[in-house]
Design a protein around this ligand. Structure first.
Ligand code: NAD
Length: 484
């Protein structure tokens, strides 16, 4: 193992919704890996808390299955599995009634000594408020940390109301709003690349960067989440949180320290510098799409919800004025692909004669999935005598290059859950960031609704609606092809 293990203090992690999909697929497997690496102290407990009527053994069986299903066989050590499962406890608590809270209190008070207390809300958003109020009412929020999943609200006012409810029970310094994109190794590597190297920062501005593209493309449709998704759409589900967070890390000024509030202050400045879009401007700077067959999956024949959105965002600062940030995300597209591409300006003058095509601009490609890694695309001479032919050569900083060693790419949740225990909020969203993101998004959604237009239909397996292609070609640019 090449990375350093920083042990954490004893903790009780209560997972509300511990029997749910997120818990089984991400949280339990991630915690297993941390235990296998020796990071969890002996006293640490993982307490499931959900509506399902289970006992401790039942929850341990569920956790065992989660490890079997989501931890690769060569990482499953029978001894570690038993040690890990012995940490699990369970409390049945339907938060809709008041019955289960006392059982949770008894469970927490049975701890063997002082410990950090974390409540993870891995439940649907309608339960965030009631759980926080329940914790507060039963005196359990005192000194504890709270982890909240997305979505934080449906728009600015509902996000502010939820943040008020949270704030009445938990001080902001103890609130961890998760955006798991920030826990990805490559996203943190973008920060390292920018601020631990002198090479890129002088080029990281409108003088040298032509434009930035941020893409989160999925090949699957809405599947069983149809009716839920139909109330949100791509803008609320993806842009308001994940894509804007990626934009912030790409565009922010260097923070004075890599420390929670310094980083979040810089991200907030970016969100506040986004050129507001409303009315006609919002319609001109956006393209919405809905894939054929979506309405059936959403069980809503009249649905106007977008399963695809493309946007042109502009950041009104000295650094970025004149460099557009194009955002695009959608479902049922050609490939599952998430990347940030920083395209630099072309050389000012072309000295090589007889080239078949203009030289491609340099591009820095930060790929989040699949195959997390960073590539710098540069132009080099095609080797060999006779003539001077050019070709694009990728300078590959992919982590895949480490394949064959015992190194394993940690999942985002694995890191983030332990960051909560360590009390490190750097990779979590602060209240004002969430609300600033809604402040940019809300008028765009309002403009779409006021227009009465339906999103443009696109074929499953395509690159999205024609309107998105047109949006860039009008500006003499092209989206990067969605290749898997
Ligand atoms: P899920 O429906 O699979 O699980 C919900 C859990 O909540 C279950 O354990 C259920 O028992 C519990 N629950 C429901 N009603 C309850 C009640 N009245 N009292 C107590 N417990 C109750 O949901 P999920 O997919 O695990 O998602 C959980 C949260 O995580 C959601 O906010 C979702 O938006 C977010 N999220 C999920 C994923 C994912 O990959 N699944 C990814 C990102 C964010």
């Amino acid at each position: 193992m090449s990375h350093r293990i920083i042990p954490v203090d004893p903790f009780d992690l209560v997972i509300f919704g511990g029997t749910g999909d997120l818990s089984r697929r991400k949280l339990i497997p991630g915690l297993y890996h941390r235990d296998a690496d020796g990071q969890l102290p002996e006293e640490a407990r993982i307490i499931g808390c959900a509506r399902t009527d289970l006992d401790r053994e039942g929850f341990r069986a569920l956790a065992r299955q989660a490890v079997m299903d989501h931890v690769a066989a060569d990482h499953r050590d029978p001894q570690v599995v038993e040690r890990f499962l012995a940490r699990f406890e369970y409390v049945t608590n339907d938060v809709a009634d008041d019955a289960g809270w006392d059982a949770l209190r008894v469970m927490l008070e049975a701890a063997s000594g002082p410990r950090i207390r974390v409540f993870y809300l891995s439940v649907g958003p309608s339960l965030f408020g009631p759980i926080v109020e329940g914790l507060h009412r039963h005196g359990l929020s005192q000194g504890a940390r709270l982890v909240v999943e997305k979505p934080i609200g449906h728009d600015g006012p509902s996000a502010a109301a939820l943040n008020d409810t949270i704030g009445a029970a938990f001080d902001e310094s103890r609130v961890y709003r998760i955006d798991h994109y920030l826990g990805k190794e490559t996203v943190q590597n973008l920060v390292a690349l920018r601020f631990a190297n002198a090479l890129f920062e002088p080029l990281w501005n409108a003088r040298h960067v032509d434009h930035v593209q941020i893409t989160v493309a999925e090949s699957l449709g809405v599947e069983q989440r149809g009716p839920y998704y139909d109330r949100a759409g791509a803008m609320r589900d993806m842009v308001q949180n994940h894509l804007l967070q990626l934009l912030c890390l790409t565009a922010m000024e260097p923070p004075h320290h890599f420390e929670a509030n310094a980083v979040r202050d810089e991200k907030l400045k970016v969100l506040r510098a986004l050129k507001p879009l409303s009315g006609h401007e919002a319609l001109a700077a956006s393209a919405r799409g809905q894939y054929h067959g979506y309405a059936d999956e959403a069980q809503n024949p009249d649905s106007r919800t977008e399963s695809f959105v493309a946007l042109k965002a502009e950041i009104g600062t000295w650094r970025w004025a004149g460099t557009p940030f194009y955002l695009r995300t959608g479902k049922k597209l050609r490939a599952r692909l998430s990347e940030i591409v920083v395209t630099f300006r072309r050389t000012p003058h072309q000295i090589f004669p007889d080239l078949d095509a203009p030289l491609a601009p340099n591009a820095l490609i930060i790929r989040l999935q699949p195959d997390e890694g960073i590539t710098l695309s540069i132009t080099t001479k095609d080797p060999g005598p006779g003539g001077f032919r050019m070709r694009e050569t990728p300078l590959d900083m992919s982590f895949g290059a480490r394949a064959g060693t015992a190194w394993r790419m940690p999942d985002a949740y694995e890191r983030l859950v332990l960051d909560v225990v360590r009390g490190n909020q750097t990779l979590f969203m602060r209240r004002d960031e969430v609300e600033a993101a809604w402040a940019w998004v809300d008028p765009i959604i309002a403009a779409w609704e006021a227009s009465g237009a339906t999103p443009e239909a696109y074929d499953p397996g395509s690159d999205g609606p024609y309107g998105a292609l047109d949006m860039l070609s009008r500006e003499g640019r092209r989206w990067r092809v969605l290749t898997p």
